[in-house]
Design a protein around this ligand. Structure first.
Ligand code: NAG
Ligand code: NAG
Ligand code: NAG
Length: 812
């Protein structure tokens, strides 16, 4: 490899030249022989013919035994022809290094005779070394922020050749960023240096590949290369960049805490640490910090609390992204809160006018009501209504205001208070509603009159009552409150004499108890009527009337009174004559007695107490009729005496006695002697006659009155259908059209049924004694008891008259 034809030629030329010169100067140089060869000759290359150069003949050679001595044997001598041959590799750089002249000295020894010859071989350099770099690749790291002009020393290449064949220069492949220069170290060694021409940008090109070539001075020149790999390392020269400057996101307000809102993303063109971005809020107010949190690594925004559209419609979040080199970028995030109908409407009662008078007219304002809904749009539109009460309604006033007004009549006595529920509903879907209640008390107004517990009162009071005792109690109640409901009682009218009223009855204003002021007497006053008034204390007061009827009941406080025979102080003055020939059953006389009481108390019975001839006369138990029981016998005295007791039916009974004188005589004269004894008798007889005449006249007048009345009624009701009216005083009231206006009240000693046949042309009146056990003979007689005119139907409720026992006790 190292031998080229050119060199061989040159070597061959020198091989010829040098021995020639040596032989010229043989004597002078005294055995100094010089050769010059190129290095790196092949083995057995002939350097020169040493034998010839030493003046030996070829045939002497085996004798002389020419040989080379030296430490290192680079050469040998060919024993046949005496040529000096290269016996080993001769590397000038190895033997002489960088010495400019490389000389190999050795001795050649010949024997017979022994001679030593000094041989010098000059080794000449050839370009047998190429410049070499120690490493085939060089790795460099250059920070992208390096300033242009900065130099980077490189390892030099080595070329062992010396002189012109040594390393001459370096060069770099074409590139944009780097230049090359050569520098010399203080020791003189040269080395290449990279110079940065332009600033680098890792983000644009992070790797550069260069080839450095070292060239020596050979012809042709030899060269060596090394790869330079340049890694551009990152400098934090890029700030983070957000993907958007402004983010906008819409979020429903009812999202639970922790909901992800948005993820902001910033990128940094730098790498590794320089690209590590942290996110943070930048200049945000407390509100934002309260509601949102930001993950500083991922840039994710989440909610921290329930958002409320009603608190804020929108939030602006300013976010900063920062890399490790404190380069920052900003963006803003606008979060719009979407309204949900999550707020129920509110009802606010601003003022209530209570209590409300019950006579308030329809439309009276009771309360002002305000509604509020924090939602917006339809979710915030509220309508109100009253729940459950018909008496009230809402009138929409101005915006969101309502008036609660009455819409009906109120009555405290029926409903004293109202719980009014007002319900507000919004128009969301589904709607939300809320309600509130208010209590309205209804105020009292004196609108109720006192009301008596009974429509009429009827009391029975037995006569001879205790003065001052209570006889009745009336009660009225008033539903109004307070003084409007306090009732006081008074007597406002009566059918008594106005002056006498206070002496009869009084009423307790508070309790309504009616007191008798005196003892009543049935015989004087059978009944009376009072009008009682109950008034409340309202202003004006309201009053009510009620009638109280007091019936005075009978007691057996009157003894029977004998009318005939009249009593005389000294005994019986009158006598009755009986014909001597009177048959048994002959009506002799009749004991006439009356009792002022009524009913049983006036039901008289007659008993014989004493008789001068028992069995001669009989006495009617009820009638008082004295009849002969048998014919007068001869032995019977002409004068008889009967002691008769008249007893009433009361408990205990009261009685009276009468003495009858009976004279059997056929003429008055016959009896006169007895009469003459008692002139006063004729007077009493006349008196009796007078009574009878008066009684008859009275009956006639009554009869005439009745007939007249009947005719009048008949004429008046001629067109009416046939009716029969019966008046049965003391039994029951069955008033029909034909009833006489005046009906007897209370118990009469006599009892009648008066029947009027109004259809018949002939008006007839019949008086019937109705009681079966009455005596067959009817004696009609009125006593001092007259008909008491009365129109009141209640009068028939007379307990004493409820039984049907009627009696007739009268006699002529
Ligand atoms: C509000 O109404 C919407 C529909 O309009 C419904 O989807 C939502 O559930 C409602 N929200 C609430 C809190 O009732
Ligand atoms: C009104 O409400 C109150 C309290 O809840 C209750 O005591 C009262 O009975 C109610 N009144 C009516 C008339 O419902
Ligand atoms: C009650 O009776 C009195 C007296 O008769 C009368 O003046 C008054 O008008 C009556 N009142 C009523 C409410 O009937």
């Amino acid at each position: 490899m190292r031998q080229r034809s050119g060199r061989n030629y040159s070597a061959g030329w020198r091989q010829v030249l040098v021995p020639f010169l040596l032989s010229l100067f043989r004597g002078a140089l005294s055995d100094q022989i010089h050769y010059s060869i190129s290095e790196e000759l092949a083995k057995n290359t002939v350097v020169g013919n040493l034998a010839k150069d030493l003046g030996f003949r070829v045939r002497d050679l085996p004798v002389r035994k020419l040989r080379i001595s030296g430490e290192k044997e680079y050469f040998t001598v060919n024993p046949e022809n005496g040529d000096l041959l290269v016996s080993d590799r001769i590397d000038r750089e190895q033997i002489c290094g960088k010495k400019p002249q490389c000389v190999l000295d050795f001795d050649a020894i010949a024997e017979n005779p022994l001679n030593i010859f000094h041989v010098t071989v000059i080794v000449k350099d050839i370009n047998d070394n190429i410049p070499l770099f120690k490493q085939s690749t060089t790795d460099l790291k250059i920070v992208e922020s390096t300033q242009p002009g900065t130099t980077f020393p490189l390892d030099p290449a080595l070329d062992s050749d010396a002189g012109p064949y040594s390393l001459q220069r370096y060069h770099l492949n074409d590139n944009e960023y780097f230049d090359l220069s050569e520098k010399q170290k203080p020791d003189g060694r040269k080395y290449p240096e990279l110079i940065l021409r332009h600033s680098l940008d890792r983000e644009e090109q992070n790797f550069h590949h260069l080839v450095l070539t070292a060239v020596d001075g050979g012809d042709p020149p030899q060269s060596g290369t090394t790869q330079i790999r340049i890694q551009v390392t990152d400098a934090n020269d890029n700030p983070p960049v957000f993907s958007q400057n402004t983010y906008r996101v819409r979020l429903r307000e009812d999202m639970p805490p922790g909901t992800s809102v948005l993820r902001v993303a910033a990128t940094d063109k730098d790498e590794d640490v320089n690209a590590e971005i942290t996110y943070s809020f930048h200049n945000v107010d407390e509100q934002v910090a309260h509601f949102f949190s930001l993950n500083e690594r991922t840039g994710e925004i989440t909610t921290k609390d329930y958002l409320d559209f009603e608190v804020a419609h929108t939030y602006t979040l300013s976010i900063e992204a920062k890399d490790s080199g404190d380069l920052a970028a900003h963006c803003s995030v606008q979060v719009d809160i979407l309204d949900e109908n999550d707020s129920a409407p509110e009802v606010i009662v601003t003022s209530v006018f209570t209590p409300l008078p019950e006579d308030s007219p329809r439309g009276t304002v009771i309360a002002l009501i305000k509604t509020r809904d924090r939602d917006s749009g339809e979710n915030g539109e509220v309508y109100c209504r009253v729940f459950g009460n018909n008496e009230f309604k809402l009138k929409s006033s101005s915006n969101n205001y309502y008036k609660l007004v009455t819409d009906g009549t109120l009555d405290r006595e029926q409903i004293p208070e109202y719980n009014i529920t007002i319900m507000a509903t919004d128009r969301g879907k589904p709607p939300l509603s809320s309600s509130t209640s208010l209590t309205v008390h209804i105020g009292d107004v004196n609108d109720n009159t006192p009301a008596f517990h009974q429509s009429t009162y009827l009391v029975h009071v037995a006569e001879n009552n205790q003065p001052g005792s209570s006889i009745a109690q009336v009660r009225a109640s008033d539903l109004d409150l307070g003084s409007s409901g306090q009732v006081s009682y008074s007597i406002v009218a009566s059918d008594l004499e106005p002056q006498a009223l206070s002496s009869y009855v009084s009423v307790n204003a508070q309790s309504g108890v009616v007191f008798a002021q005196r003892a009543f007497d049935h015989e004087q006053l059978r009944a009376f009527k009072l009008t009682l008034q109950a008034c409340d204390q309202g202003s004006p007061a309201l009053c009510a009337n009620v009638s109280l009827r007091v019936l005075v009941g009978d007691r057996n406080d009157n003894a029977p009174r004998v009318l005939y025979p009249a009593l005389e102080p000294e005994g019986s003055a009158l006598f009755d004559t009986v014909p001597r020939a009177a048959q048994p059953g002959y009506l002799v006389t009749k004991v006439v007695a009356v009792d002022a009481d009524s009913g049983h108390n006036a039901w008289l019975s007659f008993h014989v107490l004493q008789a001068s001839e028992p069995g001669l006369f009989s006495l009617g138990l009820r009638t008082g009729e004295v009849r002969t029981a048998r014919a007068l016998g001869d032995r019977d005295a002409s004068r008889q005496r009967l002691l008769v007791a008249v007893r009433d039916g009361g408990q205990p009974p009261l009685s009276a006695t009468a003495t009858l004188l009976l004279v059997f005589a056929d003429s008055l004269q016959e009896a006169l002697p007895d009469l003459s004894d008692r002139p006063m008798a004729s007077d009493s007889q006349a008196e009796l006659q007078f009574y009878l005449v008066v009684a008859l006249a009275l009956i006639s007048v009554l009869f005439l009155l009745a007939v007249t009345l009947a005719i009048a009624l008949r004429l008046r009701r001629a067109s009416r259908p046939t009716t029969w009216g019966c008046i049965q005083p003391g039994v029951s009231s069955n008033s029909g059209p034909g009833v006489l206006p005046n009906c007897s009240e209370g118990t009469l000693p006599y009892s009648y049924n008066l029947c009027i046949a109004s259809q018949s042309a002939k008006t007839e009146f019949n008086f019937f004694g109705m009681t079966p056990e009455l005596a067959p003979t009817q004696d009609l007689l009125s006593d001092d008891t007259s008909w008491v005119p009365n129109t009141n139907r209640e009068d028939t409720e007379i307990p004493f008259a409820s039984d049907t026992i009627l009696e007739v006790s009268a006699t002529f």
